[in-house]
Design a protein around this ligand. Sequence first.
Ligand SMILES: [Zn+2]
Length: 288
Amino acid sequence: MVTKTVSHCNQEIFEWCWASEHELIINPHWTSCYLIDGLLIDTGAPGGVEDFRNFINSLGKQKIQACILTHAHEDHAGGAHMLQTEFKVPIYASERAIPILKTGYNYPEYRQVAWGEGGVLPVDVELFPNPISSMSGKYTFHVIPIPGHAPDQVALIEKQQEWLFVSDGIQTKYKRIFGKTSNIQEDISLIYQSIQDLDQFTERMRNLIIFLPGGKPFGKDLIKEKLEEIWILRQEVQELITQGDSVDEIVQKIFGDDDIFASFTNGELSKKNLILSVISWIKTKDEL
Ligand SMILES: [Zn+2]
């Protein structure tokens, strides 16, 4: 596995990143946790628990007072059980994430390649206060539901500092893999709507910093870029439907051959799922 710790904004934010080094993963697929004045956002993957424990121990005097999970996926909630049982840190999550986290779950083998084995262990989680304050009270985070990547997905925003933590709510490219089954049920129309909500929420924030997993923050432009990217994709699909193309033809014309992920994941993650989600978005709109 690979880990890195990156600090942002005059060392006010510590981002701990973790990725598996499995031979099947060509480029590191990062998951990130952020520590801001005693408040931890997310807990990494089950495969990274040992490294996560080392990270917490390396903090020395710096305490984690509370932890908030952005959604229940294993690469964000994987270390929550350990954090609670060994470090007695209270864990918070959204209403929709709570039942999933309280029971815990296992995930398919192909995801174990990226996030390790052992599943997400049950954790005694509570609904987050909203807004939620950091330990000394110097930062206040508003929690915004941004469903689409996952129904329970939330983002955190610090309005004064103009910091936005979106977790998996925004992907750097909507041209790769897209979930449909299992517990990765992505919906591109909801993703679009959630990014629009974030756009409105951050309208006046000129110096907005957007944190996505992987250690490299983005500026405000990312929001507009993603809205444009998804809308262009929708228009392309709509045009091809009008021409009478089949789903497979549309996938082929827009993305070329579906990548290795589709066969590796039995179709659970694929480009075709993204096209299918765009088509159902177009159809729902047409029916209105
Ligand atoms: Zn996720």
